[in-house]
Design a protein around this ligand. Structure first.
Ligand code: PAF
Length: 268
């Protein structure tokens, strides 16, 4: 049967999103259908976060989706997604308690709830998500497993600017000075990866390497968290053995913009 492949987004699409759409096109083949959802989900924004100023660029998003091979853009309004008296939502109780979940309580419950709703509305066979939001993908995988949702999930590598900065709709909030320093996130993570490959497995040493690099090269940044965790359970590790799969994840504030990035430590 020709598959339906969904790319859930909040719009303000950049090349990273459009690569997800291209991947969805590849998975769907000529006979399948590619749907992109564009919905700025209020449920995943906390008080004081950027819900109101989150960029809304529907016209250019639709043009980009068309060029990247989408067959359909689903851009519902708030009231089409949420009933005013809604009283049910999904709550994740483990993977969402660390990393981004610590500073954004309730965020991943909002993500799970809307993604489950999008899956029910579009009924895709598969969905494509970016690995920049590694924790989000891990939580959605867990939701699909725990709730027996018949959607196969595909994670795609993070798409980066030429200087290594992960593409994000929030990069547009950066001042020129902050933008110049933001690639330090990636460079710091790569430094830790290189050290791990050279045999440094103590989390404190790897953490220090990242922190020192950021202090020197991104003094305008304020680290929100720096996590060294198991890549599937997301549990913090004191030692990162060379034969296991880990993740170093980071969030850094530049002014009001909170940037995230991560790097996988994969055994050779
Ligand atoms: O990654 C995003 O853009 C959002 O969290 C998602 C998955 C579209 C849910 O609103």
């Amino acid at each position: 049967m020709a598959p339906v492949v969904l790319v859930p987004t909040m719009g303000a699409l950049h090349q990273g999103h459009l690569d997800l759409v291209r991947e969805a096109r590849r998975l769907a083949g000529d006979s399948g259908q590619v749907a992109v959802s564009i919905f700025v989900n209020p449920l995943q924004f906390g008080p004081g976060e950027d819900l109101d100023r989150y960029p809304r660029t529907l016209e250019s998003d639709v043009a980009g989706c068309r060029e990247a091979g989408a067959d359909l853009v689903f851009a519902p309004s708030n009231s089409q997604i949420y009933h005013p008296d809604r009283s049910i939502q999904i709550i994740e109780q483990a993977l969402s308690k660390v990393l981004c979940g610590t500073s954004r309580p309730g965020h991943f419950d909002g993500v799970c709830t809307v993604v489950a709703k999008l899956f029910n509305l579009v009924q895709p066979d598969a969905a494509v998500f970016g690995k920049k939001d590694f924790q989000q993908l891990a939580i959605i995988r867990r939701m699909v497993r725990d709730l027996d949702i018949p959607v196969s999930l595909h994670g795609m590598e993070t798409v980066r600017e030429a200087d290594g900065l992960a593409m994000s709709s929030r990069n547009r909030y950066l001042t020129p000075e902050e933008r110049a320093q933001a690639p330090a996130l990636r460079a710091a993570l790569e430094k830790a990866l290189a050290a791990w490959h050279m045999g440094i497995t103590a989390a404190t040493r790897l953490r220090d390497l990242v922190a020192e690099h950021l202090a020197t090269h991104a003094p305008l940044g304020r680290v929100d968290y720096l996590g060294l965790v198991d890549a599937s359970s997301l549990e913090a590790k004191a030692v990162l053995p060379a034969n296991q799969h880990h993740l170093i994840a980071i969030a850094v504030f530049f002014g009001g913009a909170r940037l995230i990035d991560n790097i996988e430590l994969v055994p050779k």
